[in-house]
Design a protein around this ligand. Structure first.
Ligand code: UDP
Length: 412
């Protein structure tokens, strides 16, 4: 059996305050016909990255809705995760090598993972490319049952074609495919019925729940960050698409205008991301020993509480991605009323209304300019902060996503 991820308890009724009592009732009503249904989520890591973050909230809440929901993670050795990282990069548009040997490594591992998938479920929701081939492997073994849904969190709008073609074949047999934005769905994808469901953040998780100033200060002090000087933060895996080097460049430009500015780069090391270790070193070298750039990760015990505190302590949050499926970190900061300067790409565009809830930028220079602008205008900062929180409350909280999921399961 593949490992089952233990999740914390969550109760829908606790969300009345954040989402409104109507939202809870609406969701219960919509989910009533699904009572007793069994849903299995499968992804590639229980930690580090947006999908794990989403499932920690959704799996317990679906159970509270009366839908029996279990989350399994696939297993893979380094060669498999190296191939899937190439696949991820290729699907986002990089011209990666893609060979029959790589396909063989991928398919071979999907076959062995297929052996360990729990049986007896009505709906299987398979996240991202890593486990997508499991359905094909089960079909080869004559063991397909239930409805299969591929939940793709990646922007597939400008892919490297050989990689896209391979994965289109892997998912052609699915009953449904879910994308964050309509434009992410490749026109060539034939077979599954398409759904558009943007992700969401959990307002009650330790990462997003309200914490007081003392707790925030305690965290800053623990990591040697000076609370009296402004803080710029990006929270992201160490990944070239998140452009941490571009963030350092933007920080260096902004610091010319705002002396004393500090930069926090917070990144977690996910076990399905072998590239992360290398890119952490690259970023560390680029820091050139600047004592006002803090490179922190889960290796320094930066967990949800610490991320929460760092986001709250920030004068501005940046998410300077060059491609982005969604970018939960954008909503996380907006929910805390911190304006975000984000790359004008993918799912960041869904969240940031340029000039209203933050700024969208396409260059290092523009990023630095917008950061300086917000830092110099406290009124703009608080106005954007409030608008950001409102936008997240309306569109990007857990219950809205659950409602969409329930709709999708019912439709299938
Ligand atoms: N995250 C974290 N610690 C880190 C880096 C990231 O807890 O050091 C979390 C972050 O708060 C967010 C998720 O990991 O909840 C990243 O999701 P996002 O959608 O922004 O990016 P992805 O990693 O899925 O591309």
């Amino acid at each position: 059996m593949l490992p089952i991820v233990p999740v914390p308890q969550r109760r829908l009724d606790d969300y009345r305050e954040a989402a409104g009592p109507d939202a809870v009732e609406r969701l219960r009503k919509a989910a009533a016909p699904l009572t007793g249904a069994k849903v299995l989520h499968v992804n590639s890591t229980a930690f580090g990255g947006g999908v794990a973050e989403l499932l920690f909230a959704q799996v317990p809440l679906m159970n509270d809705l009366g839908i029996e929901t279990v989350w399994q993670v696939i297993e893979g050795a380094e060669d498999f995760f190296t191939v899937t990282k190439f696949a991820h990069n290729g699907l986002q548009g990089a011209e990666v090598p893609w060979t029959p040997e790589m396909e063989a490594i991928y398919l071979d591992r999907c076959r062995s993972n297929a052996q360990g998938v729990a049986e007896g479920f009505d709906y299987m929701i398979i996240h991202d490319p890593q486990p997508a081939g499991i359905l094909g492997a089960l079909e080869e073994q004559g063991r397909r049952t239930g409805k299969w849904i591929w939940r793709c969190h990646i922007d597939l709008s400008a892919p490297h074609v050989p990689v896209l073609n391979f994965f289109s074949r892997q998912v052609a047999g699915y009953d449904g495919a879910v994308f964050t934005m309509e434009e992410f769905a490749p026109p060539s994808l034939r077979g599954p019925r398409l759904f558009v469901i943007p992700p969401s953040i959990d307002p009650l998780s330790l990462k997003n729940v309200y914490i007081d100033h003392e707790t925030v200060y305690e965290v800053l002090t623990r990591y040697g960050v000076d609370r009296s000087r402004p803080i710029l933060t990006q929270v992201s895996r160490f990944d070239p698409w998140k452009d941490p080097l571009g963030v350092i460049d933007a920080y260096r430009l902004a610091r010319k205008e705002v002396p004393g500015l500090q930069l926090l780069l917070i990144g977690s090391m996910a076990h399905d991301d072998p590239e992360g270790w290398h890119y952490l070193e690259v970023t560390e070298a680029y820091r050139q020993g600047d004592p006002d750039i803090f490179l922190l990760s889960n290796l320094h015990e930066v967990g949800n509480l610490e991320v929460n505190a760092f986001q709250r302590a920030s004068a501005v949050v940046v998410q300077k991605s060059l491609r982005e499926g969604f970018g939960l970190v954008v909503s996380e900061a907006m929910w805390k009323e911190v304006p975000v300067v984000g790359g004008d790409v993918g799912g960041i565009r869904l969240q940031i209304e340029d000039g209203v809830t933050g700024f969208l930028v396409t260059s290092v220079e523009a990023c630095a300019e917008r950061v300086v602008q917000i830092l110099g205008d406290p009124e703009l900062r608080s106005k954007m902060g409030r608008a950001g929180r409102e936008r997240v409350a309306e569109r990007f909280l857990t219950l809205r996503e659950l409602q969409d999921y329930v709709g999708m399961l019912s439709a299938l």
